[in-house]
Design a binder for this molecule. Structure first.
Ligand code: MN
Length: 254
């Protein structure tokens, strides 16, 4: 008889798995520094706001120090807090089983909150890195892709501006590369989480939520957008592009 198929073995295995799960849980709460405990910890709800990669005044005069302080310390912090509270709430709902209509509704709205807060936090981190790059230029291979897809760098800039400026309410101008269709695409992302293309790699993002510019530009989103687009860090965008074109597409449309 194969012992691995016996009920006793499965039962013992289940207990072992159970003990393993409890141990992992304890490790994640005890502040242990071993790698596995850290991995478990990051699955939990203890995410922290990363530091801004430069000084708050670094984007002046395009974006004021005051705007940057509020933007990073208050607005981005709120998305990180949102991640933590969403995953904590999901843990609580999961722990209570699958029995009530109310909890089904909560799972739906927590799924939406996860999309909103995680996308918001990630977009801000991508944004800080792909601006403050005055004087940088796209790499030769990115420029060649831009020319293929948009005609020229100026035509890309125009398309990015025209796609991003009219976003209704809050959103982001986003340049992606889709490994599936081998193209650069500009997306008018609504809030943080609408109008995406699955599997596309994000190359460049610009925040056009009012909190990004209102103190400095009031309602003149177009003026802000034009100025900040002159401060794109093309070194960062080019390096994201180099990574994106190495991604093996999962779907072949040819
Ligand atoms: Mn923002």
């Amino acid at each position: 008889m194969d012992i691995t198929k016996s009920k006793g073995f499965l039962y013992a295995g289940g207990i072992l798995l159970g003990i393993g799960a409890i141990k992992k849980y304890q490790l994640s709460r005890s502040g242990s520094t071993n790698l596995e405990a850290k991995r478990v910890k990051t699955k939990s709800y203890q995410y922290k706001l990363p530091n801004l990669p430069y000084q708050f005044s670094a984007l002046q005069p395009v974006v004021s120090k005051e705007t940057m302080e509020l933007h990073h310390n208050k607005h981005e912090q709120a998305y990180v807090d949102g991640m933590n509270s969403t995953f904590a709430a999901l843990d609580r709902v999961r722990g209570k089983g699958y029995d009530s209509k109310a909890r089904q509704g909560m799972r739906y709205s927590l799924g939406q909150k996860a999309a909103f807060s995680v996308s918001g936090a990630i977009l801000h981190e991508l944004f800080w890195k792909n601006i403050k790059g005055k004087g940088t230029k796209p790499s030769a291979s990115l420029l060649s892709q831009i020319k293929t897809d948009f005609g020229s760098l100026d035509m890309f800039m125009q398309e990015f501006f025209d796609t991003t400026k009219p976003i209704q309410g809050s959103g982001w101008g986003v340049l992606v590369y889709s490994p599936e269709i081998c193209k650069l695409i500009v997306l008018p992302v609504q809030n943080h989480e609408d109008n995406w293309i699955p599997n596309a790699k994000v190359l460049m993002v610009i925040d056009v939520w009012e909190h990004a510019y209102y103190l400095d530009y009031q309602n003149r989103r177009g003026d802000y957008l034009k100025k900040i687009m002159n401060d794109i860090n093309w070194d960062v965008v080019s390096s994201r592009y180099e990574q994106a074109i190495r991604v093996k597409p999962e779907i072949n449309f040819k």
